[in-house]
Design a protein around this ligand. Structure first.
Ligand code: NAD
Length: 474
């Protein structure tokens, strides 16, 4: 089936092409792998540093493409390109620190050495929300460790995926070493099922992650890294500066039109006047947010969501919350029925019974009012996911308690839930992943350790359990 990518903000076609053949891409990557793996790591690092320079040289073109194909504002697309560039040096440090060669002395002049080997051919499946930075966050460490990669970008962002691959090649990564597979979930499944891949590095939704985990059930020998979604809580408690708390809440919930895995979905506040004051401050900010075309001037705070199907789904999810008793504070408005521009919505769901624990992947923040901090922590943990959580306000003691009792892979204090640093590990617990954190710890899943006991001279003797040679009858 012919694949067409359209700009969400205008509906205009931006890219079209044919889906690829997973088996053929894996064959090409397999053939290129041994020579790439045999290069000294310094040569691979140099090639990737050249990639960073190549991206820098085409920064404006790349950022504009990301903005147009995702609908995110240009200023934000530029930060994504900066993250792509920054990934190279971070991955080199992480590789040296997480998977270094080590040797120590053992008995009789022997040595114990620990070295790492690449897995071989790794499949990478990317999401649409950070179509360059997130796949790049798997690909750069995988290439550095000596793997060959078959990358399938999201079917919603093939143009960015294709340009990313073009940039690796322009920098000198051999064609066979990084392969582009165009397509959607069918091609993703086909790639995951290729017998000749050694693993799969995935960033996307929990549903797709679970499907891949099932597909890998009888292949425990293959590496599977799953970076999935969240239903992230932001607790505002004993906040002194309501305006600052409101700004953090708005950033947490609505940056990237809420299409970040770390976006706050649930705002947990105290019952009564303090909660009211915060909600008022947030609504004042919501009413000032500019939502517009990604290249518009002045630049918007946020653009559209990815496509009409996503906007329809969010409208249906929001309507279900309203039907269930949610009190609308700011509605989810759609400017034009044929384009996926949504407003920033705020809804009080305290009274909604049986709220679904699902990720509303868009600009919707649900307010939940609770009586005390115990209830705030219980509500924060009232999810199968465990990606990001944040506390705004309180004392160091209160934060210590929050940190200790909340289950998540990213726990922040007086900071938004989103915008995690690449220089630290990144991943979640629960349905948010499978304990293979990415970012700084991506090095861990891109290579496996080999332990070797080594001696230059073979010395062999058996000291116990042998019969005296003189007693053996011939
Ligand atoms: P998605 O799961 O729909 O798609 C991700 C990729 O997987 C795409 O390339 C898609 O074609 C492919 N795919 C989908 N179903 C598949 C299947 N059954 N088998 C094989 N491949 C399949 O995700 P999306 O909508 O593109 O991205 C948004 C989701 O990603 C959100 O849930 C968000 O929270 C999550 N996300 C997680 C992180 C993280 O690091 N934890 C970061 C960004 C986004």
């Amino acid at each position: 089936m012919h694949l067409i990518s359209t700009e969400p903000a205008t509906g205009a076609m931006i890219w079209s092409g044919e889906p690829g053949d997973a088996a053929a891409e894996v064959v090409a990557a397999r053939a290129a792998f041994p020579a790439w793996a045999a290069l000294p790591v310094t040569v691979r690092a140099e090639t990737l540093r050249r990639f960073a320079n190549t991206v820098r040289a085409r920064e404006s073109e790349f950022a504009e493409l990301i903005a147009r194909e995702t609908g995110k504002p240009l200023w934000e697309a530029k930060t994504e390109v900066a993250a792509v560039v920054g990934k190279v040096d971070i991955s080199i440090s992480a590789y040296m620190e997480r998977t270094p060669q080590r040797k120590h002395e053992a008995a009789m002049g022997a040595k114990v050495a620990v070295r790492h080997k690449p897995h071989g051919v790794l499949a990478v499946l990317g999401p649409y929300n950070f179509p360059a930075h997130l796949p790049n966050g798997h690909i750069v460490p995988a290439l550095l460790a000596g793997n060959a990669v078959v990358f399938k970008p999201s079917e919603k962002t093939p143009a960015v995926g294709a340009m990313l691959v073009e940039l690796y090649r322009e920098a000198g990564v051999p064609e066979g070493v990084v392969r582009l597979l165009i397509g959607g979930p069918d091609e993703g499944r086909a790639l995951a099922g290729q017998p000749d891949i050694d693993g799969l590095l995935f960033t996307g939704s929990a549903g797709a992650g679970q499907a891949l985990h099932r597909q890998f059930a009888d292949m425990p020998h293959k590496i599977l890294a799953l970076e999935l979604g969240g239903n992230n809580p932001l607790v505002v408690w004993e906040a002194k500066d309501m305006e600052a708390a409101a700004a953090i809440a708005v950033q947490s919930a609505y940056l990237s039109a809420g299409q970040r895995c770390t976006a706050a979905r649930r705002l947990i506040v105290p019952e009564g006047a303090k909660g009211d004051a915060l909600v008022d401050a947030i609504t004042r900010l919501i009413d000032r947010l500019i939502i517009d075309h990604p290249l518009a001037e002045p630049q918007p705070f946020m653009g559209s969501v990815i496509d009409n199907a996503a906007a329809d789904r969010l409208e249906a999810q929001f309507a279900r919350l309203v039907d269930g008793g949610g009190k609308v504070i700011r509605p989810l408005l759609r400017w034009r029925e044929d384009l996926p521009f949504l407003s920033a919505a705020l809804i009080d769901v305290t009274e909604v019974q049986d709220r679904a624990d699902e990720e509303l992947f868009g600009p919707v923040l649900q307010v939940i009012r609770v009586a005390d901090f115990d209830a705030a922590i219980a509500e924060a943990n009232n999810t199968r996911f465990g990606l990001a959580a944040s506390l705004v306000g309180g004392s160091p003691k209160l934060y210590d308690r929050f940190w200790a009792e909340v289950r998540a892979g990213v726990i922040n204090w007086n900071k938004p839930t989103n915008g995690a640093p690449s220089s630290a590990p990144f991943g979640g617990v629960g349905l948010s992943g499978n304990h293979r954190p990415s970012a700084y710890y991506a090095a861990d899943y891109c290579a496996y350790p080999v332990t070797s006991s080594e001696a230059e001279i073979a010395r062999g003797s058996i000291d116990q359990g042998l019969r005296d040679p003189n007693t053996i009858e011939n």
